[in-house]
Design a protein around this ligand. Sequence first.
Ligand SMILES: [Zn+2]
Length: 315
Amino acid sequence: MKNNPFIKIRQISLKMEFILLAIFSGCGSAIPDFDEQNAFSLLEQQCDFGPRNPGSTGYFNCRQFLIDKFSATADTVLLNQFLLTNPVSGEEYNLTNIIGRFNPEADKSLLIGAHWDTRPWADRDPDPARRNEPILGANDGASGVAVILEIARILQDQPPEWRIELVLFDGEDMGISGDMRSYARGSLAFARDLPIPKPDAAIIIDMIGDAELSIPVERFSMEQNPQLVKDLLKLARKLNLPAFESRIANAVFDDHIPLWEEAQIPAVDLIDFYYPNRYHNFWHTHQDVPANCSAKSLDQVGTLLVNYIYGIQEE
Ligand SMILES: [Zn+2]
């Protein structure tokens, strides 16, 4: 019976049926869908807490909300704490980077990060009387976190092949204008402590909810990890995501810098610095609200990242 040719043919045809079934049902290359409405709702839910600057009520409520979200989705949740002094009031805060780990035993790894704190001052607001009030940070804070929380849901639903760490950095936006080293303090603390095994690469997302989304290549990213920049651009073109542009523009001091300088994690930053465009700027003003953001923009960034995570095995 072992060498019966008829049985062999039957086995081959069964195998073919299985392959065809896999192709038609899509389970051969299932890349999950990024739910833009869910992501936008996550942006609004953060803004519903009000400003999330360190020490505020919104800060503590949102901190719990984020820990709960990762507790419901990640394999492990880590809290990485550090101290930071408010450069204006002199108040000292105990701040928290929130880390969600997925498939932590895998060899290859990627970190995706965004800052969750919001700026304590609207120092670029056109109204001088309101410049001391904290901003809502729909784009500058909530947008990157919203995309990460939606990715957390997807990673729980369909475990990735790689080790993925999602990191919500604190203390990014309490810097003094003009003194770049006073920004990105959560990623500095994280890179110094390195509470997880060093990831192979990192992608930071910041200010990616702008309704008029445009993400050129950030200059430091090109220096720190040119291959990752090229891979993401190539993928964006393949997926027909028009926000991603191949021109190099701006050098932005963001959370990707301390990751590279302190821990040699080759990190890139996806950021739309012109919010909404070159002629107006809602950045660090009271116009940084959900109405100036869009689900479609979150979708472009989320779709790119999900395809990158789940397309890795194709390469
Ligand atoms: Zn900011």
